[in-house]
Design a protein around this ligand. Structure first.
Ligand code: OFO
Length: 183
């Protein structure tokens, strides 16, 4: 006869679990969007931007997996999100990075909402876990903003777009020096 497994008690509330699963969706969406953008850049010859976005897509997947790990270890159930409606075509390289910035701002809002919720209900373990994302978002928003600024600073005429593409690659080292895992 099969033994009935009784779910042990846990401090993670259902509401918090739901919010963390929504964040999984956000991170999965980031990963999918950046992968699509990377592919578009690749087809248009923006090689450095493509590499940058492929790497960021992978990073976003890692952010998503970090949430899977946290939810399941806290006694919840992390859910693979349904991700649809990914855009494949862009009118320009500038549009790509403007969309990255808009998206990162949305992700920051989403993280802030969960952090506020955790503080209110005194779930300090999840609050603490989310601080990594708070720092990460500050870094990613800064990088995305820098990328958009390049279009105004350098200009898109002549070899401008080629130069912008080269400069995008350098934003990575900027990221490496400022992220939450930086020394
Ligand atoms: Fe997951 O760091 Fe941005 O979106």
């Amino acid at each position: 006869m099969l033994k009935q497994i009784v779910t042990p008690k846990r401090s993670l509330t259902e509401e918090t679990e739901e919010k963390l699963n929504e964040q999984i969706m956000m991170e999965g969406l980031s990963s999918a969007r950046y992968l699509s953008m990377a592919s578009w850049c690749d087809t248009k010859g923006f090689v450095k931007s493509a590499e940058f976005l492929y790497r960021h897509s992978e990073e976003e997947r890692q952010h998503m997996l970090k949430l899977f790990d946290y939810i399941n270890n806290a006694g919840g159930h992390a859910l693979q999100p349904e991700i649809t409606g990914i855009k494949h075509e862009f009118s320009s390289l500038r549009e790509v990075f403007e969309e990255v910035l808009d998206h990162e701002i949305e992700v920051t809002k989403s993280i802030n909402n969960i952090v506020e919720h955790c503080f209110k209900i005194k779930d300090f373990a999840t609050f603490n876990f989310l601080q990594w994302y708070v720092t990460e978002q500050r870094e990613e928003e800064t990088i995305a903003r820098r990328a958009v600024e390049l279009f105004d600073i350098i200009g898109e005429e002549g070899i401008g777009l080629w130069t912008i593409d080269q400069e995008i690659a350098k934003l990575e080292s900027f990221a490496a020096g400022t992220g939450p895992d930086a020394e």
